[in-house]
Write a protein that binds this ligand. Structure first.
Ligand SMILES: [Zn+2]
Length: 320
């Protein structure tokens, strides 16, 4: 099978080149009271960054991209509406399956990134006939966590730089593979969510399948209860999950922020929602309402076999 390797050089730098480039003059003025050192560092960092972006862009020119509408029957601009009754039914199925298959096993982050990347590469290759090889380097710190306090991970779509900002327990395989989907060139959130789900669902690895089911459940609950942490909390507690899953779900989706970070978070979410809409996406709803409706329609439609059989497939195909 054809292989394309994207160098992703920027991801191997010990610190984010873009953030170093942006912050160097300020930091050197504060620490060294010297502007020239900062400017020299800034120039060097931004030159390396630009070189890496250009190399990746050239390598990416031969990549065939998945046409979601043709392959899966739905896309950002062609999303079905999932009835509330089906959402409620899906929650019950997901709760049952998560309770039955719960595993406390954790995979160390570097190894986890390598493993999920293999499955993601195969899912994409299964459609396009091309293995797109990319870096599996992940950062643990980023200035973006100050700007987007609600973000779990960030991806710089130009350089492919990825940071994972919080330990999300059973959700971590999904958070990582979602960001790696961006790195492979799928920069729309709905696309990253769907490819991440399919990669984990077909992995045959209980830790990874568990993350797929947990993500799908969390997104259903957010769709049903909106952005109200207290309501999400109440619904999670009423759902009948076993304790470790319930605790991790509440910690991810049901925490009421303090008033200041809550206000910052709300303002940035609105900006982010706008940014998504001006880039041809539906807005933040693509992460949850759109993602869950996409899977529901896919599993019931003519392309149902794209979702691997097993616990991650919830619905059966409905005759046309
Ligand atoms: Zn994303």
């Amino acid at each position: 099978m054809e292989e394309i390797r994207i160098p992703n050089s920027a991801t191997y730098s010990p610190v984010s080149l873009l953030e170093l480039g942006l912050a160097a003059p300020l930091v050197s003025r504060l620490l060294l009271r010297s502007t020239p050192v900062g400017l020299a560092l800034q120039t060097a960092a931004l030159a390396l960054y630009a070189g890496s972006v250009v190399d990746d862009w050239l390598a990416r020119s031969g990549v065939r991209r998945i046409d979601f509408r043709t392959v899966f029957g739905a896309d950002v601009r062609r999303l079905p509406t999932m009835p509330v009754a089906d959402r409620e039914a899906e929650v019950r199925v997901l709760v049952e399956r998560l309770n039955a298959m719960y595993t406390p096993e954790r995979i160390p982050r570097p190894e986890l990134a390598r493993r999920v990347d293999v499955h993601l590469t195969e899912v994409i290759a299964g459609v396009t006939g091309q293995r797109v090889r990319t870096s599996t380097e992940i950062r643990g710190v980023s200035l973006m966590s100050v700007v987007f306090p609600f973000a779990l991970g960030t991806a710089d779509i130009l350089s492919g730089d990825v940071a994972i900002l919080r330990d999300t327990g059973i959700f971590e395989p999904h958070v990582i593979v979602h960001e790696l989907a961006h790195r492979k060139g799928y920069w729309k959130e709905l696309h990253a969510q769907v490819l991440a789900y399919l990669a984990l669902a077909g992995s045959g690895d209980p830790v990874l399948v568990q993350a797929a089911l947990a993500e799908r459940l969390a997104r259903q609950l957010t769709t049903l209860e909106g952005d109200d942490p207290a309501a999400v909390r109440a619904r999670v507690r009423a759902a009948g999950l076993i304790e470790p899953v319930e605790r991790q779900l509440v910690s991810l989706r049901g925490r009421t922020p303090d008033p200041i970070s809550g206000a910052v978070s709300d303002a940035m979410k609105q900006l982010y929602d706008l940014r998504m809409r001006v880039t041809g996406q539906n807005g933040l709803s693509d992460y949850d309402e759109g993602f869950t409706a996409f899977l529901w329609a896919l599993e019931r439609g003519p392309h149902a076999d794209r979702v691997p059989a097993g616990p991650a497939r919830v619905w059966t195909r409905t005759p046309a």
